[in-house]
Design a protein around this ligand. Structure first.
Ligand code: F6R
Length: 615
């Protein structure tokens, strides 16, 4: 979503702000702006579109040198992307950048109009900027004015503010939207996310809610609402600058797919004790029911989790879209478990669902990739996936490691409730740790072949993914990946459901991707394959040699992608379900190459944001 950077120090602020904005580009945005504090007051420059356009504007009329400023990338919520709606929003006294949504902005605007304020943009942020301005006029104190304003505001926000009368200082505050503060050799920074500070320092302070940070060239100070100074622990980023860079890959998405084998090994390895999954610190007893709650790709990992947990351990498991969860009045009991999945740990819908579950008195467990994120901090228990930073908007490696954690949990539950022998559990665990990453690596090695196949779909407008059982879960993710980055419209369908209506859309111009990795269901999916083939569909089948052999006759299709089938002597049937891992990597690569071949901005698809911090 939106990005915030602020710098004050010995160096010129503008290059630091632009570099910071570029580092935050991956979050998704549609306009950008900066405000600099100098001898002549505050200079604000904003532009709709990419940061390049902002830079062009700055070249045409360069602002006077400044050592303190704030910058923002905006992802439009209130008001269309435009120069006027872009941040920072300025008044005669200050300039402010904002991430989040002010829910009561209309009320605030109406009140401020009564004090003579006028409004020029369509944003909720302008109300916040003018509210701080209003209190500043009364108090002449930046910290007090920020606190007074936030006391009034409802919603989520992270603010960075500079005041004309206090050059060299930046003020920051947040509620339900992340913000960090950092010291570096030549000054201090605020940022909404770690990549923006990484070129300068790996140490940072996580700003607590409703705490004001005041930073200048030499210091970072924190104040509570009572005006008392707070001392915060400094944290250290556990990833390097190179992890946040493309390192020679054309796109972050491809780099992150290629990182999957390592991410899987790390995530699985970290959860093992004596070669078995260890969830002692996380699950005390077998829940009567598990509710997996998440959004988008994470929710699709939840579908896989449901399949594996129910197949391995027979523990009833529901999957719910987080944005729907609390509005459906879910039936929750204290002996159940609500399991939140989130790469970022900042997704507003997932956070709201977590709070709903906690209020209902159900134990909560979060599987999260970003350490210390809001979901991680608020859940009763947390299990970290070790995927490293995921920068591309389209989630890939995070999905794979979420599935790996869920597979481990399924093994653990199955062992605990006697559905699996220790020998079987050991065999499956070893398979997850070694054969799965190896097979994923082999699929990555097939990238060029998948590219050739994907390029055949460059002119496609609509496409179906079909599969049964776990293959149907994979179709959901394959389809989302394709549509979000290539803009090819696609639908995922249970192979047996197509004939109940949707098959009327299948023609020789609507190709079909059939996912057939589960031997036990492939024969059934074959009927669906024949049905679409006989309606003229161009058909690509994602399968394994094992499935081909088990069918005993060739699959009637135009092209195939054959991925390695996962095997394990101790538990062959359940191990084969883990073919999901190489299969999803193939689907991710297919989507990636289809989008790249269309010449699209793969890492930053239109209208999308990396972490969706608004409801
Ligand atoms: C799609 C994608 C999104 C996210 C969703 C949840 O590729 O990345 O669908 O999966 O917005 O995000 P997290 O996992 O951060 O809660």
């Amino acid at each position: 979503m939106c990005g915030i950077i602020g710098y004050t120090g010995e160096d010129q602020a503008l290059p630091v702000l632009l570099k910071g904005l570029r580092a935050l580009e991956y979050r998704g945005y549609d306009s950008a702006g900066i405000a600099l504090c100098g001898g002549n007051g505050i200079t604000t420059v904003k532009a709709k579109g990419r940061i390049d356009l902002l830079e062009e504007k700055l070249k045409i009329s360069p602002p006077e040198p400044s050592f303190c400023g704030i910058g923002h990338t905006r992802w439009a919520t209130h008001g269309a992307p435009s120069d006027l709606n872009a941040h920072p929003h300025s008044t005669e006294n200050l300039s402010l950048v904002h991430n989040g949504i002010i829910e009561n902005y209309a009320e605030v605007e109406a009140m401020l109009k009564g004090f003579g304020y006028t409004f020029v943009s369509e944003t909720d942020t302008e109300a916040a900027a003018k509210l701080v301005d209003h209190f500043y006029k009364i108090t002449c104190d930046p910290v007090k004015s920020v606190f007074s304003a936030t006391g009034f505001l409802r919603g989520s926000f992270a603010f960075g503010v500079i005041f004309r009368d206090v050059p060299g200082k930046i003020y920051a505050v947040r509620r339900d939207s992340p913000l960090i503060v950092a010291r570096c050799n030549h000054g201090s920074l605020i940022a909404s996310d770690i990549p923006a500070i990484l070129p300068y320092t790996k140490k940072y302070f996580r700003l607590p809610e409703d705490t004001v940070a005041v930073i200048d060239e030499k210091s970072t100070e924190f104040f509570g609402r009572d005006g008392k100074k707070l001392s915060l622990p400094e944290e250290t980023v556990d990833w390097s600058v190179s992890e946040a860079q493309k390192s020679g890959y054309p796109h972050f998405m491809l780099k992150e797919i290629c990182e999957e084998p390592e991410a899987l090994r790390k995530t699985v390895g970290a959860r093992l004790v004596d070669s078995l999954p260890d969830f002692k610190d996380i699950i005390d007893r077998i829940p009567e029911r598990i509710h997996i709650v998440a959004c988008g790709t994470a929710m699709h990992a939840g579908l896989i989790g449901k399949t594996l947990i129910e197949m391995f351990a027979r523990v009833p498991t529901e999957v719910c879209i987080a944005s729907e969860f609390r509005y459906r009045d879910p039936i929750l009991h204290g002996n159940e478990l609500v399991l939140l999945l989130s790469q970022s740990g900042e997704t507003a819908d997932t956070l709201a669902a977590l709070r709903h579950a906690k209020a209902a008195g159900v134990p909560t467990l979060a599987i999260v990739n970003v350490i210390g994120s809001s979901v991680a901090r608020e859940a009763d228990r947390v299990l970290y996936t070790l995927a490293g930073p995921e920068i591309a908007v389209a989630s890939t490696k995070a999905y794979s490691v979420q599935c790996a954690c869920l597979a481990l949990m399924a093994i653990d539950l199955a062992l605990k409730n006697g559905r699996m022998t220790e020998k079987e559990a050991r065999g499956l665990t070893e398979t997850l740790l070694t054969s799965v990453p190896e097979a994923v690596g082999k699929v990555i090695g097939m990238s060029e072949k998948i590219k050739v196949l994907a390029n055949e779909f460059t002119d496609t407008e609509h496409l179906f993914y079909i599969g049964r059982g776990i293959d149907c879960d994979l179709c959901a993710e394959g389809s989302l990946k394709l549509k979000e980055i290539s803009y090819i419209h696609s639908e995922a369908y249970a192979a047996g459901e197509l004939k109940h209506g949707t098959i009327s859309l299948v023609t020789d111009r609507v190709p079909v991707v059939a996912v057939m990795t589960d031997r036990s269901l492939a024969g059934k999916t074959l009927s669906g394959v024949r049905e679409v083939k006989s309606r003229g569909a161009h058909l690509l089948v994602l399968t394994t040699d094992g499935v081909k052999e088990s069918l005993g006759a060739p699959i009637p299709c135009d092209k195939t992608i054959t991925v390695p089938e996962i095997g394990c002597e101790d538990c062959p049937y359940l191990a084969r379900l883990l073919t999901l891992f190489p299969a999803v990597t193939a689907l991710q690569l297919f989507a990636y190459h289809a989008a790249a071949d269309r010449g699209l901005d793969v890492d930053k698809p239109r209208n999308l944001a990396k972490s969706v911090t608004v409801e």
